[in-house]
Design a protein around this ligand. Structure first.
Ligand SMILES: [Zn+2]
Ligand SMILES: [Zn+2]
Length: 293
């Protein structure tokens, strides 16, 4: 029986989920434009070392979380066939500036139509854009093109308060208790639980996260322990602080995203860390990483 056809009659219902890390990079993608550091030089030649902006896709429900400016490239690279739903984590441009991917997916032009107004073919389905209610004004003010996508009938903005349900998935928004209005998402489906925190892991409200989730996706944090006290990167958690959180929450596996060019580390360096922290079952994503839970 195909797990997608689950009818509730199985003795121990197990539904596998697939999550794809579309873009493993952070605020600054790798290679950084015009940068001549060794990492960027290598990443221009070897696509595996490339890191597009932060975005995650839940395959089972065609849900894309965040649209960085290079998301179209990421969807192509990860061979994603359908986006029915988009969910935003916060307003920052590295997570929203690629909203025009909606137009690129939905727009179609009939080259044989003689009437100007009929040249544009309306899409069969609109894309749902889910935004937590208190982020709506902020996101639309900074990215008014998202509203324009609705005007073009390409998408429909759907604000929500605490949770949304897509098919048999429940997605709960948990506010991060930092200065930047932003959310992490707790995704539940039958007996699986996934936490997805796209950015700003500082002050993840640990008490609101169930212990032992099947998968936790979280930003890597800063890798330099000796950053000056007032350094801007200290707005986020350090990698070591994230390890402490993992020790508290005991996720079955953790996948790091939002991996900055700034740390100048290659895939092999992160693989060494995976070995070093083998007991914690950590994984440092690359673009296109697929995780099954
Ligand atoms: Zn970010
Ligand atoms: Zn560089």
């Amino acid at each position: 029986m195909d797990v997608r056809e689950y009818t509730g009659q199985m003795s121990s219902p197990i539904r596998n989920m697939k999550v794809t890390i579309i873009g493993s990079g952070g605020y600054i993608r790798t290679p950084k434009p015009c940068c001549s550091c060794e990492l960027c030089k290598i990443a221009r030649k070897d696509i595996k070392e490339r890191r597009l902006g932060p975005s995650v896709y839940i395959n089972d429900i065609d849900l894309l979380i965040d649209t960085p400016e290079d998301i179209a490239e990421g969807l192509n690279y990860s061979n994603i066939k359908k986006v029915s739903n988009i969910l935003y984590s916060h307003w920052h441009p590295d997570h929203t500036a690629g909203w025009r991917v909606i137009e690129q997916i939905q727009a179609d032009i009939d080259i044989r139509s003689s009437s100007g107004s009929q040249n544009l073919v309306k899409p069969d389905d609109t894309i749902n854009i889910f935004i937590p209610a208190d982020l709506r004004e902020l996101i639309i003010k900074l990215e008014p093109g998202i509203k324009y996508m609705e005007k073009c009938s390409f998408a429909e903005i759907k604000t929500f308060k605490d949770k949304i349900n897509i098919k048999d998935c429940c997605i709960e928004a948990i506010e991060l208790s930092n200065d930047i209005p932003s959310y992490l998402y707790l995704i539940s489906i039958i007996d699986k639980k996934i936490v997805i925190c796209m950015d700003h892991a500082k002050n993840i409200p640990a008490s609101k996260i169930p212990e032992g989730v099947d998968l936790m996706i979280m930003p890597l944090g800063y890798m330099e322990e000796d950053l000056p006290q007032d350094h801007i990167r200290r707005q986020d958690t350090s990698f070591k602080e994230n390890l402490n959180l993992i020790d508290i929450l005991h996720p079955k596996q953790t996948v790091f995203v939002h991996i900055e060019e700034l740390w100048r580390k290659r895939i092999a360096d992160y693989q060494d860390l995976e070995t070093q922290y083998k007991d914690k079952n950590l994984h440092f994503s690359i673009d296109g990483t697929e995780v099954a839970v």
